[in-house]
Ligand binder design. Structure first.
Ligand SMILES: [Zn+2]
Length: 275
């Protein structure tokens, strides 16, 4: 593909994706003439001022979902990281109980570095159940922390815990927003659900939202480095993958660094009023 054609492709796809800027764009507007202002809108609605990331395992919640939470706290908002399990069976050499404790400690340290809260539900790693107990437990945390945006796993995953998390979160959001459902906390409406760009959840993942993470990139990577597995100790080079993915996603969205996200189909519906 010639550079001219590729640039045309970027411009033509720009109409169907949202690029959320924090006002620190790396972009050189002259490189992409004709970009409409709407392509970098979405920040003003405030949805990224309270972000909760919910993942099956602590690694996922920080590596694949941590940057949007870092954006929230960096700009004076609130962020939280909820892991449904400790990912305690993730090491081939360290016993599960010991590894679970180190995962919890790493998550707490990473959250602290980002000015966010680390939350845990302790379902067994590999056995996260899809049931109402789990859905109500997540619902209660949503009602307690009141996020406006939730980032979680996309369902196109080979990992059963990730698929379970997707199901749990969808229903937990529904339960959280139902005023007639009486729990300890009053109902809370989550405005936005977004799925994270995770190497394990890639089947059918189509990015439709790009979030500018330029100003939090270094802090986010530093927080992730609290986890030994970040450096590849469990067999996958998370640091290289997620560090360079943010560069690649930035190239596609015209930010210096970005994360790609995907909205549920119903959230992508647009209502266009004619004059
Ligand atoms: Zn995982």
């Amino acid at each position: 593909m010639s550079s001219t054609t590729r640039r045309g492709f970027l411009m033509s796809t720009g109409g169907s994706v949202a690029a959320l800027s924090m006002g620190t764009d790396f972009l050189n507007a002259r490189q992409l003439p004709g970009q409409s202002p709407s392509e970098t809108s979405g920040w003003q609605d405030g949805n990224f001022s309270k972000v909760m990331a919910i993942a099956a395992h602590p690694g996922d919640v920080f590596f694949a979902m941590g940057a949007p939470v870092a954006v929230a706290t960096h700009f004076g908002g609130q962020g939280s990281f909820l892991s449904l399990s400790l990912g305690e069976k993730g090491s081939l050499t360290i016993p599960a109980e010991q590894y679970g404790s180190s995962q919890r400690e790493a998550a707490q340290k990473a959250a602290e570095l980002l000015g966010a809260k680390a939350l845990f539900l302790q379902y067994p790693d590999g056995e996260v159940p899809i049931n109402d107990e789990a859905k109500f437990a997540v619902c209660d945390l949503i009602r307690q922390y009141k996020p406006l945006t939730i980032v979680t796993h996309w369902k196109g995953s080979w990992h059963k815990d990730h698929r379970a998390c997707y199901d749990i979160v969808e229903d937990a959001i529904f339960y959280a927003g139902l005023p007639g459902l009486v729990r300890e906390e009053p109902s809370h409406e989550v405005r936005k659900l977004l799925f994270a760009d995770n190497w394990e959840d890639a089947t059918g993942f189509i990015a439709d939202t790009y979030l500018d993470i330029t100003s939090v990139y270094d802090r986010w990577l530093n927080a992730c480095s609290a986890f030994p597995m970040w450096r590849g100790e469990t067999g996958f080079r998370y640091n290289d993958y997620y560090g360079s993915l943010a560069v690649e996603r930035g190239c596609l969205s015209n930010f210096k660094r970005a994360v790609a996200l995907m909205a549920p189909a119903e959230q992508r519906v647009q209502h266009i009023r004619t004059p």
